[in-house]
Design a protein around this ligand. Structure first.
Ligand code: KIV
Ligand code: NA
Length: 264
């Protein structure tokens, strides 16, 4: 099998087919995601919470992301592999971001994801003009949890919504080929998706996006503790993890996930 590329993601959007993304941190889950037809796997820095047991993504290092990316790359053949650049590895200068992104690409990523909008546009441009595809991430950006004052819905007032749209346009103009929208109102997700040419991937951003992502351990109901509103337990009624992942892909493709109860 040929590995999917950013061009395939654009083709899915153009064809009106939803993009199914899940987080993935190791080879065994990567194999299950591949077999279930997941289009793209995200080696998310959420692994800091899910795997490492931290209470935020802030302590995750570049070496951690290199390690997990290599494991995921060995475990799957078809999904596009996207790796999060962790906190502190890209905010300082575009040059530092490039140097660090190179390590993730060498480990097996085909694209890196960075949090931030207008403020990160220069960095997005620097990377994309040097051969590194970039996925943006705007709305609730967990690496800024302390600046945001907690994990809360973003873009709820007029100023916040206007800023989010400006952020989306800025990173698209800088060359990003995809953008994650996290925890924003449904109407705003619809507006941003209509505004952009590149696919939007929602998490807590409604069915209006071009695709969806969830943390794998959340949708398998493995991660302990209270779940966010946008999480659905896909193990319910399924005989296996493989079947649960297949059910997620099917629900994303036929637009039955996310439903109204998962939205803001
Ligand atoms: O780290 C992560 O898992 C993410 C997704 C939830 C978008 O950034
Ligand atoms: Na992340």
């Amino acid at each position: 099998t040929r590995r999917l590329t950013i061009t395939d993601m654009a083709k899915l959007k153009a064809a009106g087919e939803k993009i199914a993304m899940l987080t993935c941190y190791d080879a065994s889950f990567a194999r299950l995601c591949d077999n279930a037809g997941v289009d793209t796997v995200l080696v998310g820095d959420s692994l800091g919470m899910v795997v490492q047991g931290h209470d935020s993504t802030l302590p995750v290092t570049l070496a951690d992301m290199v390690y997990h990316t290599a494991m995921v790359a060995r475990g799957c053949d078809r999904p596009l592999i996207i790796t999060d650049m962790p906190f502190g590895t890209y905010q300082e200068t575009p040059e530092l971001a490039f140097r660090n992104a190179v390590q993730l690409m060498a480990a097996g990523a085909q694209m890196v994801k960075i949090e931030g909008g207008e403020d990160m546009a220069e960095t997005v441009r620097f990377l994309t003009h040097r051969g590194i595809p970039v996925c943006g991430h705007i709305g609730l950006t967990p690496q800024s949890v302390h600046q945001l004052g907690g994990y809360r819905v973003q873009g709820k007032d007029e100023a916040g919504a206007a800023q989010l749209k400006a952020d989306a346009l800025a990173i698209q103009a800088a060359g990003a080929s995809m953008v994650v929208l996290e925890a924003i109102p449904q109407a705003l997700a619809a507006e941003v998706t209509a505004l952009l040419q590149i696919p939007t991937i929602g998490i807590g951003a409604s069915v209006e996006c071009s695709g969806q992502v969830l943390v794998l351990q959340d949708m398998l109901d493995i991660a302990p503790g209270r779940k966010a509103r946008f999480v659905r337990n896909f193990m319910t009624g399924q005989p296996s993890v493989a079947a649960a992942i297949a059910a997620y892909v099917a629900a994303v493709k036929d637009c039955t996930f996310p439903a109204a109860e998962h939205c803001y």
